[in-house]
Design a protein around this ligand. Structure first.
Ligand SMILES: [Zn+2]
Ligand SMILES: [Zn+2]
Ligand SMILES: [Zn+2]
Length: 762
């Protein structure tokens, strides 16, 4: 029988489904994306923000093609974690519509992170025919500030610092047009209706060109800027900031320009140009004649970042004599600007116009303000990209408040972090939210910022914690706040040992729930009986841990001062080696050397097992650094010197879990060549740590080793130790989404506290 061809094809069946999309789908232009996909395929229905993501009701012939298109063409900032579909009865829609966010829908949502200006906006910025030509606050659904301008949830314009700028007719039209790139883009603005700068870009550029120091208000705070090639300007900035020799970050226009100053591979280039736009610490090319040597004194690395706001690009445009067209954006040039956080002596970053005027008066020759308030103070993030050892050093702008996804659900824990590089964290469901980098809690302003960050986190998550967590150290401001909150909220407070928390942070981000070994190489952390720990081998079992081994204790003459003055650590080591009589002469340039020699000979000295102090001791013995001008300087200098690490034969002993480096230290004390000494230190450490882990794995049957603590910012350790452990059949876990240093402590505390059995909670 003959059939007409048409009858062979089944008539298209119309169906209707509810599609729940979870992931990073709110505040990233996802609803208009759904709208456009629906229009394209003739699908009817609606889309709205629900409590746990975006909810779509879709009706049409080919819903599989629709969900495929949703995934394939997702907006750049979106991330789809899951897409769950369920059938619905057919309904009578009038086309496809975007339904306004209902109150309370914010409950499962979070605020998106800030994003660097996108390519489309950048093109418009330098297109003389565009109505936003040279507009300093150009932004769209795919780019611009988010976290730093949001006061509260839900993420709607009324709850951001854009609320004081009413949209002009043209912007309003784009804001309400689902087919526009600016549909519900909360930072949308133009010359007619947006925020304004306190002065024109031209005089600011001229001041920079003339060697002046300029403060510039940005997304999360002020920067202090100057020409990075102008040595006297850089030195003046260094003395004006009233601090240390901490390296300054430098901004260059593009990766082509960066290549003139630093070495990077594809991953390094991607990190520089990523939409998070962090400062990326990279090895210098060694041929950087154009830059001031005072940027990162004595270090073999430089922190670079690319422009991330329209204001930055406008400055480069003006400084490069206003090239026409777009090609200059990709071309290499030598222009480099210092862009360092404007904070005074360890206080938090300045964000307020009046405060900036007052506090920066003595440093900045000129201040470029704008009239959009900064709702959440946020520093630049910092990454380190050395081939084979990529890591995040400071997690802030561009990353926060993105959550870390945990392996399992657990009680909601609010964790208060440690003291240095502090952050706070809270878990809700399977997600852990860590605050931006809050800094060291040394000043009342820093302590106040820490408290604000707690409130902001609780506000954002709109959930009450069930447990609190803090460090074992009772002197920390973070611990005191935890105790206060525990009383106020009547919640159990769980104290988590510092290095247990370090290990917890790594296991959290790797979603690793089984027992694991942890090698923690860190600065001081409080151990049993108030001992100072920090070179530890732990066996971690969720909420519990066992100390399997530690570094042999080193003398810590002068306590905290020893941590800042490596010559004191070196003196302590000489005393321990039975060579105390050398101290006064060896460190004769130190006024207290004789007194310290006597004190070490007669009195008792506190001790520490912290690995950070082993580096300090080596730096002091090798004469590389006798006084640190900033935390971490001695190990950074040693790392820069070590080009070919090799182990000293029998440079250490390992007995009953205790690693003793006395032989190595004795050799370093007599070593005339600091580079050789640095090589021996790194090589011997890697060998010793490998044997340490292998022995522990054998005795426990556990083969996974978390490598954590601030010392893993050292590229030799981060690259070589995992290789050696793998050769031995072990499985190393390193920090990647979070920093290995104390910036991850709050996450680790939360993870550990979630896993404590209720019986151990008082
Ligand atoms: Zn854009
Ligand atoms: Zn406008
Ligand atoms: Zn630590």
């Amino acid at each position: 029988m003959n059939h007409p061809a048409g009858q062979l094809t089944a008539a298209p069946t119309i169906e209707r489904r509810r599609i729940r999309v979870r992931g990073l789908v709110q505040g990233v232009g996802f609803r208009p994306h759904v709208y456009r996909c629906a229009r394209q395929l003739g699908i009817s229905g609606s889309v709205y923000n629900g409590p746990e993501g975006v909810v779509i009701e879709a009706q049409g012939c080919d819903l599989d093609a629709f969900t495929q298109l949703l995934r394939d063409n997702a907006p750049p900032l979106a991330r789809i974690d899951s897409l769950i579909e369920s059938p619905l009865a057919l309904a009578d829609d009038k086309g496809f519509s975007i339904v306004a966010t209902k109150a309370g829908a914010a409950n499962g949502a979070a605020i998106p992170a800030d994003t660097a200006i996108c390519q489309a906006c950048l093109r418009e910025l330098f297109d003389p025919t565009n109505r936003r030509y040279l507009h300093p606050f150009i932004a769209c659904c795919d780019c611009g500030p988010r976290f730093t301008m949001t006061r509260r949830l839900p993420y709607d314009r009324a709850n951001t610092s854009m609320s004081s700028f009413s949209l002009c007719t043209d912007c309003e039209a784009e804001y309400t047009d689902p087919l526009s790139r600016r549909f519900h883009a909360e930072p949308v603005a133009c010359h007619n209706c947006g925020p304004t700068l306190s002065q024109n870009i031209q005089p600011v550029a001229e001041a920079l060109a003339a060697g002046r120091i300029v403060a510039i208000k940005g997304l999360g705070g002020y920067h202090l800027a100057c020409n990075a090639s102008d040595h006297s300007a850089v030195e003046r900035l260094r003395s004006g900031k009233l601090r240390d020799g901490k390296p300054f970050a430098v901004m260059v226009l593009n990766t082509a320009s960066a290549a003139g100053y630093v070495q990077f591979d594809a991953a390094g280039g991607e990190a520089l140009a990523s939409r998070e736009r962090p400062v990326v610490v990279l090895p210098t090319t060694g041929i950087t004649p154009a830059l001031s040597p005072a940027l990162s004194p004595g270090l073999a690395t430089l922190g670079l970042m690319l422009p991330y706001t329209a204001i930055h690009y406008l400055l480069f445009h003006a400084l490069l004599d206003k090239p026409a067209g777009q090609r200059w954006l990709e071309q290499a040039n030598e222009l480099a600007l210092v862009m360092t956080s404007a904070n005074i002596s360890g206080d938090p970053l300045l964000t307020d116009n009046a405060e900036a005027e007052q506090q920066l008066a003595g440093i900045a020759d000129l201040i470029l303000h704008h009239d959009r308030d900064i709702a959440a103070r946020t520093d630049d993030s910092v990454l380190r990209m050395t081939p084979g050892a990529n890591m995040i050093i400071r997690r802030a702008r561009g990353f926060t408040p993105q959550a870390i996804s945990l392996a399992v659900d657990g009680p909601r824990v609010l964790a208060l972090g440690a003291h240095l590089k502090s952050t706070v964290a809270m878990t809700r469901g399977e997600l852990a939210y860590t605050s931006q980098h809050l800094g060291d809690l040394d000043s009342p302003a820093a302590v106040a910022f820490h408290r604000q960050a707690v409130d902001a986190l609780l506000d954002m998550l709109q959930a009450r914690p069930q447990r609190l967590a803090c460090d074992w150290n009772n002197d920390f401001a973070s611990t005191r706040l935890a105790e206060q909150l525990s009383a106020e909220l009547e919640l159990p407070l769980l104290r988590v040992q510092h290095h247990h928390a370090h290990a917890g942070a790594i296991l959290a981000e790797h979603r690793y729930e089984a027992a694991a070994l942890a090698i923690v190489l860190d600065g001081h952390g409080t151990g049993n009986n108030g001992d100072s720990w920090g070179g530890e081998l732990l066996l971690v079992n969720g909420g519990e841990f066992e100390r399997l081994g530690h570094f042999a204790p080193l003398a810590l003459p002068g306590g905290d001062r020893a941590a800042r003055e490596p010559w004191r650590m070196a003196a302590g080591a000489l005393q321990q080696l039975g060579r105390g009589e050398e101290i006064a002469q060896r460190f004769s340039e130190q006024p207290l050397a004789s007194a310290l020699q006597q004190m070490l000979a007669t009195g008792s000295t506190p001790v520490t097992t912290a690995a950070g102090r082993l580096f300090d001791t080596a730096a002091g013995l090798l004469g590389v650094c006798s006084r640190a001008s900033f935390e971490g300087e001695p190990p950074m200098l040693l790392e820069g010197l070590a080009r070919q690490p090799r182990a000293l034969a029998r440079g250490y002993t390992l007995e009953s879990g205790i690693l003793d480096f006395s032989t190595l230290l004795a050799t370093l004390a007599d070593c005339e060549d600091p580079a050789l000494g640095a090589n021996l230190l790194h090589g011997t450490l890697v060998d010793a740590l490998t044997e340490w882990a292998v022995q522990a794995a054998r005795s426990t049957g556990v083969d996974t080793v978390a490598l954590c603590g601030g010392c893993f910012l050292n590229a030799h350790l981060a690259r070589e130790l995992p290789k050696q452990l793998q050769k031995q059949g072990l499985r190393p876990l390193l920090a990647s989404a979070m920093p290995p240093n104390d910036g991850a402590i709050s996450l680790g505390q939360a993870w550990v506290a979630q896993r404590r059995s209720p019986a151990t909670i008082d």
